[in-house]
Design a protein around this ligand. Structure first.
Ligand code: DHB
Ligand code: MG
Length: 225
């Protein structure tokens, strides 16, 4: 047995909780997003707090004024990113389910960032074409149905500009890209989207693996050339 073998899921979660409490400091607005998601019966699949904080920091680092999010859920990740925007910044977030969007709308309004957030309800592939012709997005966060990852990456490239940051969630998915039989629908789609990031000249990308409350997962981080 490796000396590190015991350092698995429970320890990853304990470490994540310690990091969140020590460094990230989630506040009542973020707690409300978690609680209202639970109360509404949403799956507990929002980003971990330390990943949400990374999204906030990326918005700041990029100096983003226009942010696009695909997959709102109860608005947990949305809150992090909206808070990082300047007063005149705007975040467009797309949610498939009207019930989820209603919960997110209230969470964002209660947190005082509602005026910065344009929440669209519908299938992202229907909503994204309506965003064409607007100001390009500076940062795009994709966290929705994995089957459409590659389509969403294509839209991110079309709606961005050189220098736009693209973050794609759930790109390790317990190792599914190497073991497509684990999840015959999502695994090949995730793998295809990573191959796209590696081959499509519009992207310069990497993937970071993560462990913690979301298990063994990770996210792709890319910049548009
Ligand atoms: C699932 C979706 C997510 O976006 C995530 O971060 C974790 C799990 C899911 O659909 O199971
Ligand atoms: Mg996700």
């Amino acid at each position: 047995m490796s000396a590190f073998e015991h350092r698995s899921q429970p320890e990853w979660v304990a470490m994540e909780e310690w990091i969140s409490g020590t460094v990230v400091h989630p506040d009542p607005a973020l707690d409300q997003a978690i609680r209202t998601a639970q109360d509404a019966g949403m799956p507990p699949i929002e980003v971990a707090p330390n990943s949400g904080k990374l999204l906030e920091l990326l918005v700041r680092i990029r100096g983003a004024r226009r942010v696009l999010e695909i997959g709102t859920l109860a608005g947990f990740s949305t809150l992090f990113m909206a808070r990082a925007l300047p007063e005149d910044g705007r975040l467009v977030t797309i949610e498939f389910k009207a019930e989820h969007a209603a919960v997110a709308r209230k969470n964002l309004d209660d947190a005082g960032v509602g005026t910065r957030v344009d929440l669209r309800v519908g299938a992202a592939l229907d909503v994204l074409p309506t965003l064409e012709g607007g100001e390009p997005f500076d940062l795009v966060f994709i966290d929705a149905d994995k089957q459409n990852n590659s389509n969403y990456l294509d839209w991110a490239a079309r709606l961005g500009r050189p220098g736009t940051v693209v973050v794609l969630d759930n790109t390790v998915w317990e190792g599914a890209p190497l073991h497509p039989e684990m999840d015959p629908v999502n695994a090949p789609a995730i793998r295809d989207s990573l191959e796209l990031l590696g081959q499509d000249p519009r992207f310069d990308a990497t993937v970071l693996q993560t462990v913690g409350s979301k298990g063994w997962d990770g996210f792709a981080l890319a910049v548009l050339r």
